[in-house]
Design a protein around this ligand. Sequence first.
Ligand SMILES: C[S@@+](CC[C@H](N)C(=O)[O-])C[C@H]1O[C@@H](n2cnc3c(N)ncnc32)[C@H](O)[C@@H]1O
Length: 250
Amino acid sequence: MNLKIDYKSDYNPWFNSKYYHILYKDRDDNEAKKFILNLTQYLDLSKKASILDAACGKGRHSIEIEKLGYRVTGIDLSTNSINHAKKFENSNLKFFVHDILIPFGEKFDAVFNLFTSFGYYNRDKDIQTLSSINENLKENGIGVIDFLNIYDVRKKLVKKEEVKKEGIHFDISRKITKKTIQKTISFNDNSKNFTFKESVNYLDLNDFKKYFIETNLEIIEVFGDYELNKFDKNISSRLIILFKKKSRSN
Ligand SMILES: C[S@@+](CC[C@H](N)C(=O)[O-])C[C@H]1O[C@@H](n2cnc3c(N)ncnc32)[C@H](O)[C@@H]1O
């Protein structure tokens, strides 16, 4: 595979803004906790296993994984999120500002990419991200991507929404294009107008299958929600793909 590596990642500053954390301050940590419990039970990793939480945000999953006894490294490009996460560090839990498109330089028993932390860039960079995850996996390591189910998003799309958090009135609009799911967030704070955009690639299981072929990875299992029910594109809320390095005999 001849892959051109581009080290500049068009990182979206929205993820590092204080407003991102205000808008999403009520993220469901219990749901994250339950998912981690279900996932680690399913994977049945040894207690000594090392796990990379790629695009860990403020570390809510990493913290739960470490509590279960694993060694965890969390990486994210948001310096603000990593500074927050670092408050929870201990000898088995470390956080770094690092780009998930670039291999971390260490091999892990599992690499997790959770809560739609994939697909923010172009196709080449999606491939680059998967190659980087592959590079970070030990020979028998397991990768997990927890992505949205685009069919569910399409079905439930709320085109316009107003959300008030910490005195800020966020106007949110959503649209689906051929290639992306887009959210525009506008608000005023201290008499200043702000507009941010979130855009994630419109990827379904077949798109991921093509990506995996290109990056020498193979799918082991596909779940459709945090209870780990089987994926069904018509009813699942999530697209959770478990994968490993392609075996040499294939
Ligand atoms: C939807 S948030 C999810 C964060 C975390 N996994 C969680 O569940 O709370 C997506 C995260 O991806 C991070 N991110 C986006 N592009 C990245 C990149 N190239 N390298 C590292 N992190 C990245 C953002 O900073 C943000 O924290």
